[in-house]
Write a protein that binds this ligand. Structure first.
Ligand code: ATP
Ligand code: MG
Length: 244
């Protein structure tokens, strides 16, 4: 399990981006994290993936402080940035997917086998030899998720995965997320667009001013969204999905 213990992040100017965050992120659930702009969602994601150093407190993976794991952490916890194009590096989709395994010392043949499997799994075969910048927004985001998943991470964090996608793109990314879950990978979806995903969530966390304001089942929190400056999507939770 991934967890935070009294996690504090204070910026150089003194502003506290995260204040005393204690939360658990098990590998067997789909968690949705929401909160107002500036609540600290992306900052939390960066801490959970070791991209930021806590001012105090810690992030633990199976009880070990992640700062002791070094690069091993990147094989366990992956982050898909809101701007998926920022994490695509290969000249082709195939090459981009191969990068992670090859960099981790996976032998070439085995890496190519993994790439083929992953192309299939994320329905990217038709684009295998395309240059990533020619992909649509939805395809690009699927590639970014696939690039994280191919190294066998146990937890994937997606920061605003639905932004600027059309309904088909949202459905595609949702399918990708559900596929990860089915493959026993923990998933955190950071989003303002609860109506697109909440039907699939096991748990909902509301961040507010750098702290955890609420942490419960979606059903328990639905009517408390407003008091945190958020909008309650219309309808029943089961309807809050854009899966085709
Ligand atoms: N370098 C910095 N110096 C000072 N404050 C910063 C810095 N970087 C981020 N912040 C502040 O930290 C807070 C948390 O930012 P974060 O990006 O985590 O918000 P968020 O919840 O992801 O918001 P959004 O919904 O807009 O993506 C914000 O108030 C932001 O202004
Ligand atoms: Mg953000």
């Amino acid at each position: 399990m991934l967890e935070t213990r009294n996690l504090v992040h204070r910026f150089a100017g003194g502003f506290q981006g995260l204040s005393d965050v204690n939360a658990r992120f098990p590998f067997d659930e789909l968690l949705v994290v929401t909160g107002e702009n500036g609540a600290g969602k992306s900052l939390l994601a960066r801490h959970l993936t070791g991209l930021m150093r806590p001012t105090s407190g810690a992030v633990l993976l199976d009880g070990t402080d992640i700062k002791r794991l070094g690069v091993r952490l990147h094989s366990e916890v992956g982050l898909v940035f809101q701007e998926a194009e920022h994490q695509v590096i290969g000249q082709t989709v195939r090459e981009d997917l191969a990068f992670g395994p090859l960099q981790r010392g996976v032998p070439h043949d085995r890496a190519m086998h993994l790439v083929d499997q992953t192309l299939q799994r994320f329905r990217l075969q038709p684009h295998a030899d395309a240059e990533p910048h020619t992909l649509s927004g939805g395809e690009l985001r699927r590639l970014a998720v696939a690039g994280v998943a191919i190294v066998g991470t146990r937890y994937v964090i997606l920061d605003e995965p639905f932004s600027s996608l059309d309904p088909r793109g949202v459905s595609d990314v949702l399918q990708t997320i559900l596929q990860l879950r089915a493959d026993r990978c923990g998933v955190m979806v950071i989003t303002h667009e609860l109506e697109k995903v909440l039907a699939h969530a096991d748990r909902l966390v509301i961040l507010s001013h750098g702290g955890v304001a609420a942490d419960d089942t979606p059903a328990a929190l639905l009517d408390r969204l407003r008091r945190h400056g958020l909008r309650r999507p219309a309808g029943r939770i089961e309807e809050m999905t854009w899966l085709d």
